[in-house]
Ligand binder design. Sequence first.
Ligand code: ASP
Length: 392
Amino acid sequence: MKRDLVSIGDLSDAEIVSLLDHAGECEQRGGSKTLEGAILATLFLEPSTRTRLSFEAAMHRLGGAVITSADPQASSSAKGETLADTVRMVDAYADAIVLRHSAAGAARAAARVARAPVLNAGDGGHEHPSQTLVDLFTLKREVGRLNDLRILLYGDLRYGRTAHSLVRALCRFGGTVLAVSEPGLELPEYVLAGLGPGASAEPARPEALRTLFRGEPPSATLIRPRSRDSGPPRRWEPGPGEIDAVYVTRLQRERIGAERAAPVLPPVDPRFLAIPALERAIVMHPLPRTSEIDPRIDADRRAAYFRQAAAGVPVRMAILSWALGRLELAGPRRPDATAQEPASSAAGSCSERTCISVRESSTAPAERVRGADGSARCAWCETPWPAGQAPA
Ligand code: ASP
């Protein structure tokens, strides 16, 4: 089976643990010749600094070569070439493709076209699985475990694609997530619906954050693992030192448009970090930050975001070694939940305007699948299939 990383769901829990262990070894060992003779194409049709450079640095550290198209305006997509045609060509030049694209589902569409493994470096506001592996690596190293983490997720959770892949992964490892979002920018329905029967989501009123908001946070959801006896999950009120990490995302202005100029949520600053529940919490951010993290906390030992960014190289060394068949991961493979069900080509079209099937139906024809919750969804971006067009 081709080793695409389109969604964090493409890796089983055991594979994630194994990949992170290997990333730790890469970090210790430094360079090697593991990928000598292999060529990686980095195809970035949206801006990037860390993801592209850390994938490229990782490839160089493993002795491989890199070809890159980093400026959308300088690529043939600016001339109107379809993603499918671009990917077909790049597939002929390289052994693996890292793709960033502004349309949700673009990486899945590219993976269907390419013979080479496709690694999703961000598909619109949908997913960013390699960032999640970097985040999990950071959590494991800084907090000391992967299981049963307690995370405050904070910011634009609707368009912040890193948050989507991360919530999915955290829940699989028994995590509890208090999601405090910019008003109107809550976690999308498909993320909550895709958490499966092992997790529940409900509105929350965290007392612990009251001082910060002078009242209740504008919009909070508590995502908890269901108890083993399948009873309702208990409420959770974070006590002093009980939150392991605050994961912050910026307003994704490029997806929201001009109507939301500035965040409504207070920034993560010295006052924020004085909340007793955050006594031990590390502060994470996929970067770039804008105004949501005050630089005055950079010197605080809990500020982990630059260490997190540095982890991008060893983690992507492990991802590349795996994708190119030089690393076997422990545990069974886990096909993505949305890919498990046989897809059916569908009458009608997806209702999400940023979906690759809407933007480029020749690359990604309308297709529906059954999601983890049993409902009909777009095979590319997971949006619920419009009522009236659902399969019988
Ligand atoms: N660099 C991350 C991403 O590409 C986070 C961000 O841009 O806010 O999704």
